[in-house]
Design a protein around this ligand. Structure first.
Ligand code: KIV
Ligand code: ZN
Length: 512
């Protein structure tokens, strides 16, 4: 690694997955991991192996596939967690175990019910267990932001002596502000013995909207690893956004004098993929990856940019991947061209049957929509994976009437475990009528928390991508659906969410 290089540690597949409803399947995680590798991240935190069998297998699969990035699993500082993480990363060319324990008084007393001595002893023990599997061991002091400085130094000294190679300082609750956070990093590096033998890392949450600013302050204080997520996804208000951190370091090289290995032209495609898979839309005014991030509305700005781009633009849209969504295929494209483009996008369909089914859907879409972009292919594949997985409810038939001056009405036929049922309903609009018709049949008792529609590409023939978030009995799930007809897309998303909420999969939460 070059001395002035920042290690980009992406935790979209772990902390990002802790966003409500963002839990991903193994296939979805693999698709994102491949794209993260293409983006050039140094470390992919692929999950939390002890959370569930599904997460364990996803990490293991990612560890087999990924070649250039380090594949990491999170583990609480317990023997079972560390060993699960160790087993999961075993196939990796470069594997890391990231173990953590809380070090703030409030966490130690109320959550862990452990003394300081016990926490130090457990942290050291966890690092030693991890070293049985890999030499690349990261230790995090959860809630470092509210931990006593002298105690933090004691813990970090002990885990470095035990063999930890990366020391992560998290602002778990998003409490910090930039200047003291940078100062805290500087003080730790100057006071912890052997601090030059390890990589110092920062991990910031966005509760006060300062995760990126705090991460950059930590970098100025000496951190050389930044933990972040695509689109700033993550627990509560999210984590530091990878694209903002990377572009700040690149655009303000005059201030940081640092580099990353990120291929910035892959930023927008990665953002879109993560948004499609997790069902978390990107707000239009989001820095770097929002639809308006490079749009100039005011006449003065437009005039300035036309005369000289740098008058109002500090970055070039094409440098972060805008406009990179290639017009890939059309209705005359054959199966081979289709398979090749999917491969280039990092999508490997495991069986010939899956490829054939996705190709058939592609042809149907190409009949409705003249230009097919990479984003369309991603949505298509997501849809195919959804219909391949065991689904209780499937859409068979939908008819909606929306006539000026009349009450919208929907008629729907669903198959429930293979048995068809029909229902109809009025509604405030066609989508409302369709959802109500579904509920007269299903009576799920779930509460609709979010409904959002985005067009995947531009134009009125674009596919609409719908996210539906449902909650029931404390479980929250996101359902997605895509179609050129947004009512159909909405129904697919609703059924996808219903199918998820009915499935039994339970996950442990790393921070509980
Ligand atoms: O926010 C946090 O403290 C974490 C740790 C597990 C690193 O996610
Ligand atoms: Zn976190």
């Amino acid at each position: 690694m070059k001395p002035n290089q920042i290690i980009i540690f992406d935790t979209t597949l772990r902390d990002g997955e802790q966003s409500p409803g963002a839990a991903m399947t193994k296939e979805e995680k693999i698709r994102i991991a491949r794209q993260l590798e293409r983006l050039g991240v140094d470390v992919i935190e692929a999950g939390f192996a002890a959370a569930s069998q599904g997460d364990f297998e996803a990490i293991q699969e990612i560890a087999k596939i990924i070649k250039t990035a380090t594949v990491c699993s999170l583990a609480r500082a317990s023997e079972n967690d560390v060993r699960r993480a160790g087993e999961a990363i075993k196939p990796a060319l470069h594997g890391r175990i990231h173990t953590f324990i809380a070090t703030s008084k409030i966490h130690m007393e109320n959550k862990l019910r452990m003394t300081e001595d016990q926490v130090v002893e457990r942290a050291v023990q966890a690092v030693k267990w991890a070293l049985e599997y890999t030499t690349d061991v990261e230790f995090s002091a959860e809630d470092a932001v509210r931990s006593d400085m002298d105690f933090l130094i004691r813990v970090f000294d002990a885990v470095i002596q035990a063999g930890a190679t990366t020391i992560n300082v998290p602002d778990t609750v998003g409490y910090s502000i930039p200047a003291p956070w940078g100062e805290r990093m500087r003080e730790l590096i100057s006071r912890v013995p052997n601090s030059d033998k390890v990589v110092w890392s920062t991990h910031c949450h966005n509760d006060l909207g300062m995760a990126v600013a705090n991460s950059l302050a930590a970098v100025m204080g000496g951190a050389r690893q930044v933990e972040c997520t695509i689109n700033g996804l993550g627990e509560r208000a999210g984590n530091a956004s990878l694209e903002e951190v990377v572009m700040a370091i690149k655009t303000r090289a005059d201030v940081f004098n640092l580099t990353t290995r990120i291929d910035t032209t892959q930023i927008v495609p990665t953002s879109k993929l993560v948004s499609t898979i997790t069902g978390y839309p990107v707000q239009p005014n989001k820095a770097i990856v929002g639809a308006n991030a490079f749009a100039h509305e005011s006449g003065i700005h437009q005039d300035g940019v036309l005369k000289h781009r740098e008058t109002y633009e500090i970055m070039r849209a094409e440098d972060v991947g805008w406009g990179a969504n290639k017009l890939t295929l059309g209705k005359l494209s054959g199966r081979n061209a289709f398979r090749t483009r999917l491969k280039e996008l990092g999508i490997e369909l495991e069986t010939e049957d899956l490829l054939n089914a996705t190709f058939t859907r592609f042809k149907t879409l190409a009949d409705k929509k003249s230009e097919i972009f990479d984003e369309d292919l991603h949505a298509l594949v997501s849809d195919e994976f959804v219909s391949e997985t065991a689904e209780r409810f499937k859409l068979v038939y939908l008819q909606v009437a929306s006539v000026t001056g009349e009450v919208p009405h929907a008629v729907i036929t669903l198959s429930e475990n293979g048995v068809e049922n029909r229902a109809e309903s009025d509604g405030g609009g066609p989508v409302d009528a369709a959802f109500k018709a579904i509920e007269t049949m299903v009576q799920s008792g779930a509460e609709l928390q979010l409904y959002s529609v985005n067009n995947i590409t531009s134009g009125t023939d674009a596919q609409g991508e719908v996210t539906v978030r449902l909650s029931k009995g404390g479980r929250i799930v996101n359902g997605q659906g895509a179609d050129t007809d947004i009512v159909v897309a909405s129904v697919k998303a609703y059924l996808n969410a219903l199918n998820k909420i009915q499935s039994k999969s339970e996950r442990a939460h790393p921070q509980l």
